[in-house]
Design a protein around this ligand. Structure first.
Ligand SMILES: [Zn+2]
Length: 146
């Protein structure tokens, strides 16, 4: 049975265009959202209806009178009607525990995060596999010996 009716969830968000029959969907199922809301970027979309959202925050270090960057990563529920992809900016909201690690659900997809793919690529390129590193070091030593 597909639930055609889209519920109001109590906060001002854009309703998803599609419908779904997921019980754990705040718009079409029985899930109630309450508590905290956050904005983050989907960094992984793996198992069925799940995703990982991450965002940066600033942490005050009084001793040095500066802020340090810290990261928060949470597992969230990704309802089929929203179906956020990797690199999307999303709004998430707290709900009841949906599984051992999921206490949040995506309530709005805010579109692609600017520069996410480029950053991912740059990160991949900066990771040089250990074996190649060793080779480079050996070659350098050889050149010096010659
Ligand atoms: Zn839905």
């Amino acid at each position: 049975m597909v639930n055609e009716k889209t519920k109001e969830i109590g906060i001002k968000v854009k309703m998803p265009g599609k419908s779904c029959n997921d019980k754990k969907c705040p718009f079409h199922g029985n899930l109630r959202v309450r508590g905290r809301t956050f904005y983050g970027i989907v960094i992984a979309k793996d198992v069925h209806k799940s995703a990982t959202v991450q965002w940066d925050r600033l942490f005050n270090v009084p001793k040095y009178e500066r802020f340090e960057k810290r990261r928060t990563k949470v597992r969230v529920h990704n309802p089929p009607c929203i179906n956020a992809e990797k690199g999307d900016k999303v709004m998430i909201m707290e709900c009841r525990s949906l599984s051992k690690t999921k206490n949040f659900v995506i309530v709005q997809n805010l579109g692609k995060e600017f520069g996410f793919e480029q950053r991912e690529e740059a990160l991949e390129e900066s990771k040089v596999p250990e074996k190649e590193k060793e080779k480079e070091v050996k070659e350098n030593i050889k050149e010096k010996a010659d």
